[in-house]
Design a binder for this molecule. Structure first.
Ligand code: NHR
Length: 181
């Protein structure tokens, strides 16, 4: 999130408007406030298993901002079709694997487990199906002998901070051709 916002200088086709989290103590919320951005926090916990109720609360909080795009970054709640469908084609996510490999969680451990020599991250459009939407960009990293999941996560995260801002610039100016780094 921070890499995206910091990239949005005067030459950028998009403007950061509001940072949303389900965690009031998220570092990104404090940072966004400091940067002068609006923030919204909707705690998912009071909603229990009612994912739709949680999402309606987020939608109602976002409505007044009249956003054009949503970028998920480390957002860890699966979104239902009720939220995703109205944003079809306008919501991006960055996922820490070379999709279509390793949808879902624990991607670094799974890449190591599989003996992959290459790993990475993917920016994709969010569809109701998890980590399944059209690919907008990918960045690759080598897997090194002795890597732990944390080593690999750190190497991928560096690339995430390069890939996602580069893809957002292109996407916000109408270019959906996948960016392959
Ligand atoms: N929602 C939809 N409909 N489609 C996608 O592509 C989504 C999505 C919501 C989040 C991010 C994704 C990732 O890149 C994302 C993509 C969370 C989970 C998950 O299982 C899976 C994938 C992603 C994010 N979440 C658990 C849940 O029950 C909670 C896990 C936890 O809290 O640690 O929601 O990784």
């Amino acid at each position: 999130m921070r890499a995206l916002v910091e990239d949005m200088d005067a030459s950028h086709p998009a403007t950061p408007i509001v940072v949303v989290s389900n965690k009031a103590d998220a570092g990104g919320i404090a940072w966004a406030k400091d940067a002068g951005l609006a923030t919204v926090v909707v705690d998912h916990r009071p909603f229990g298993k009612d994912r739709a109720g949680f999402e309606v609360a987020i939608s109602e909080a976002l409505d007044p901002f009249e956003l054009d795009l949503i970028c998920l970054a480390g957002f860890m709640r699966v979104l239902t079709a009720g939220f995703v469908t109205p944003w079809r084609g306008r919501m991006l996510n960055i996922h820490p694997s070379l999709l279509p490999k390793y949808r879902g969680l624990h991607t670094h451990a799974r890449a190591l487990e599989a003996g992959d020599t290459e790993h990475g991250c993917t920016v994709h459009l969010v569809t109701p199906e998890l980590d399944d939407g059209p690919i907008l960009g990918q960045a690759r990293v080598p897997v090194r002998v002795g890597d732990t999941p944390d080593d690999l996560a750190a190497r991928v995260l560096q690339q995430e901070h390069i890939l996602y801002p580069a893809v957002l610039r292109r996407f916000a100016s109408g270019n959906m051709t996948p960016l392959l780094l």
